[in-house]
Design a protein around this ligand. Structure first.
Ligand code: GTP
Length: 599
């Protein structure tokens, strides 16, 4: 393969700006995916992804493209996940590229993740080719958005392409620009083998599948390879490219992108960011390796039916095979019984995992409210990491509690800046910067406690900005804060799964709001239910749910039997997500009440 005819690129964009749609059009216009097998968003493999429109697992395609100059080029399109939770994966896949198409929605403009993605691309020295999408829409404002790209990002827009990923307009011109502006890879075919792993996943039939880009040297089917970080050796059993289905190939040279199977049993033996080399002639300069990504958000997952514990365990193990950033360990809760403490990269990651457990593995779950990780400095000097509020040591043993802070960048139109500042202040934020992207759009930078975001920040931001704000954040450090544990008691017994850690200044308000919320979501029972919020031994709020007098079916007495059955069915349905705690039945929403307590 002539290296000058290869172009390796990604598409980067803010969420919903049309990355997947553009990828589909490129596959279609180059003839790689025919009209007949065309499925919308070919690159998003999983049903779940298709429904949510979010790409979770990066997927790469090799596209032969005959240019107007008559030459056939190989375009390797490297699909990256588009959400903040997965920015580490984005960064790794960009390392395999020489350029990136920066897609900006012409009806929206530059958003927080547009900028975050540009920074990542610049970190990897990529040639950035701006693309203005959705020009078919009447509300498109190309001039304004081009100005935002020029002024706000500081990107040269002289080679910008105006496209509609929906209709395909402008996409043929874009393909020509990819050839013209994105540099071909550089690499030495005679140097020792050096290839970068930028994605890997577990396949139940072939074991681990590794996606890589060859930097130097050549990789040949049947040869031995060495993984630089683990020192483990394997034989390459299968070598190939996705185009778009898997096609076997005998060798791949510098600049080429492909996959290999080598009887690798576990994902941790083929980590993204690792270097593949030749065991006898290893590269003197492997990549610096990978960063161990630490889960930042935790929650408890419990089967509704205790008999489903083993099913849940099996499902988590299966999911983890393909998601090394998912963490879990067995946990017992007095209230919920046997379950698991699970760790996630962020809130979106958590939602996706919960949804997959229920949808693909059919496990009925009770999820506790998410919590961040706290660093507890004990009086004896030891430091404890606490990811479950109910595990906080008693106050007398605590010297200080530190909580994670994030740096948050919010993009918002002028008229909503006041609301956004108010929200950030309310969430204990520290203002760092406010600047204008253009005359009408503002970038607000705050440092905020991560815990405040985990609760209801995204929803609140959306509502105070009428949906016009976008954000990007990263965890920066741990800082001491005046935090206390807020307990919830139901009929006198503390419910461990409802404990939260809150700032002392907000504890009273939160405790009252939470008790009130619980009163709303816990159904009336045959006896009185008392809900209390407490800090230590001090009760700070109390609510009472009056007992039920009548049986629900009593109303239908003597009436239509089908109606009665329907009512009973409905009751049963409602019970599915109920957890029996002592003699009180508590629904799933109650465990998440803390998220909504401030509504
Ligand atoms: N009218 C119009 N709609 C478009 C165009 N491109 C994308 N869309 C729509 O915009 C929405 C988002 O497009 P996606 O391709 O899913 O966006 P994405 O950037 O891949 O989104 P994530 O994968 O979630 O980051 C979808 O409803 C598309 O149908 C376009 O050129 N014109």
């Amino acid at each position: 393969m002539d290296i000058k005819k290869i172009r390796n690129f990604s598409i980067i964009a803010h969420i919903d700006h049309g990355k997947s749609t553009l990828a589909d059009r490129i596959l279609e216009i180059t003839g790689l995916v025919g009209e007949r097998e065309k499925k919308d968003q070919y690159l998003d493999k999983m049903d779940l992804e298709r429904e949510r429109g979010i790409t979770i697992k990066a997927q790469t395609v090799r596209i032969p493209y005959k240019s107007k100059d008559g030459t056939t080029y190989i375009l390797n399109l490297i699909d990256t996940p588009g959400h903040v939770d997965f920015s580490y994966e984005v960064s790794r896949s960009l390392a395999a590229c020489d350029g990136a198409l920066l897609v900006v929605d012409a009806t929206q403009g530059v958003e927080a993740q547009t900028l975050a993605n540009v920074y990542l691309a610049l970190d990897h020295d990529l040639e950035i080719l701006p693309v203005l999408n959705k020009i078919d829409l009447p509300s498109a404002e190309p001039e304004r958005v081009i100005e935002e790209i020029e002024e706000g990002i500081g990107l040269d827009t002289s080679n910008i392409t105006l496209v509609s990923a929906k209709t395909g307009e402008g996409v043929p011109e874009l393909l020509e620009k990819i050839i013209k502006f994105i540099p071909s890879p550089k690499g030495d075919p005679n140097a020792p083998l050096k290839a970068l792993i930028f994605d890997s996943w577990y396949d139940p039939y072939v074991g681990v599948v590794v996606l890589f880009r060859v930097i130097d040297g050549t990789i040949v089917k049947g040869q031995d390879i060495l993984m630089c970080s683990t020192g483990k050796k394997y034989e390459v059993i299968r070598l190939g490219v996705f185009s778009p289905e898997a096609v076997d190939i005998n060798q791949l040279g510098p600049g080429e992108v492909g996959f290999l199977c080598a009887n690798i049993k576990e994902l941790k033996d083929a980590r993204v960011g690792d270097t593949i080399t030749h065991p006898k002639k290893p590269t003197p300069k492997p990549f610096p390796g990978f960063k161990k990504i630490k889960p930042m958000v935790f929650c408890g997952l419990y089967p509704v039916d205790p008999g489903e514990y083993e099913d849940l365990k099996f499902a988590l193990e299966k999911l983890q095979l393909n998601d090394s950033s998912l963490f879990f360990e067995a946990e017992t809760s007095q209230a919920l019984g046997f379950g698991f403490r699970c760790g996630f990269l962020g809130l979106l990651h958590m939602e996706i995992v919960q949804e997959r457990l229920e949808r693909e593995f059919k496990v009925n779950l009770i999820a506790t409210a998410p919590s961040v990780v706290y660093q507890v400095v004990k009086v004896d000097g030891t430091i404890l990491e606490v990811d479950n509020p109910s595990k906080l040591p008693p106050p007398v043993e605590i010297e200080a509690i530190k909580e994670p802070f994030v740096k948050m960048e919010i993009h918002v139109p002028n008229e909503y800046v006041g609301n956004v500042l108010k929200l950030c202040e309310e969430k204990r934020g520290i203002q760092k910067d406010i600047r204008y992207l253009t005359t009408s759009r503002v970038i607000v930078i705050y440092e905020l406690p991560f815990a405040e975001i985990v609760y209801d920040f995204f929803d609140r931001l959306k509502s105070v900005s009428r949906g016009f704000a976008s954000l990007d954040y990263e965890v920066i450090d741990f800082r001491p804060s005046n935090l206390v544990k807020l307990d919830i008691l139901i009929n006198g017994s503390p419910v461990d799964a409802m404990a939260t850690i809150v700032h002392r200044d907000k504890a009273y308000y939160k405790g009252r709001a939470l008790a009130l919320r619980l009163k709303k979501v816990i159904p009336r029972q045959l006896f009185e239910v008392v809900i209390q919020a407490a800090i230590g031994n001090k009760i700070i709020a109390r609510e009472r749910i009056a007992p039920l007098r009548k049986n629900v079916t009593a109303k239908c007495y003597g009436g239509d039997i089908t109606r009665k059955r329907k009512l009973l069915e409905k009751q049963k349905e409602g019970k599915k997500r109920m957890k029996q705690m002592g003699n009180v039945e508590v629904p799933q929403e109650a465990f998440l009440a803390v998220l909504k307590a401030e509504d």
